[in-house]
Ligand binder design. Sequence first.
Ligand code: CP
Length: 312
Amino acid sequence: MKHYLSINDLDNLQQTVAEALQLKKDPFALEHLGRQKTICLLFFNNSLRTRLSTQKAARQLGMDVMVMNFGQEGWQLEYGDGSVMDKGKSEHVREAAQVVSQYADIVAIRAFAQLLHRERDEAEEVLRGFSSFASVPIVNLESSVAHPLQALADAITLAENNTKARPKVVLSWAPHPKALPHAVANSFVRMMHLQDADFVITHPEGYALDPKITKNVPLVHDQEEALKGADFVYVKNWSSYTAYGEVLNQDPNWRMSLDKLKHAKFMHCLPVRRNMVVEDAVLDSGQSLVIQQAHNRTYAAQVVLKRLLEQM
Ligand code: CP
């Protein structure tokens, strides 16, 4: 694995989950692996879980950690080939990526979708720019279209809670006041393609995800129908993909409740807006796995860093 940009960069999801669960049992077992190695985390956007869990994971492997709020503290970067840099951008990603590679053995980057131009977001100019020009591995801490560390933490959480040979897992859209990116939903779908599960997506009209990612996953527009017999319900808002970045629907009937959830386990990547996306009663119940998911972010990051360090 050269970089970790997508959940599909893992050669074997099930084996990776098993290794992550081993690390969870004994987090400092490989403390020697990252000795005298440094990871640099570059944040172009806000974070709670990703920022703290990735630092914790790196430290448990014995690494030094540098964190930079690049969006606020770094030079404005240019990404275009052959650009005449006569406006606000001070540095090209060609130099920035090579320079950061002089200080760190692994670089991890968070750079969200802007939700203005679909093609531009799908081009992943920040992540692709760094991974093209850096001389060290790049880890995706959530890019325009993918959040593979979240998806790996979700796979770990599913493995810990699943009791069936073939569970039913539902990805259910939820209302939200702001336009949100597709990254979490995209990576969850990609991860579910690698699972032996009965996987269903439910969302209102106008919220179809990228068909290149959803492929043949069954779509049921009737949420109640989709939730029948569910073992796990992953709730997430995303803005429209076709009317790119628009909020077309805020219907509170799509909010998750205990009535709808029945006996299923509830999953969400967090942060979550209480009583907008999901009712208090769900989050405060024993059916909610959200804190366990957040905990597993550490072991998702740790197993990915372990893989990269083992190759050095
Ligand atoms: N789930 C997640 O990535 O959380 P943060 O945005 O707080 O890092």
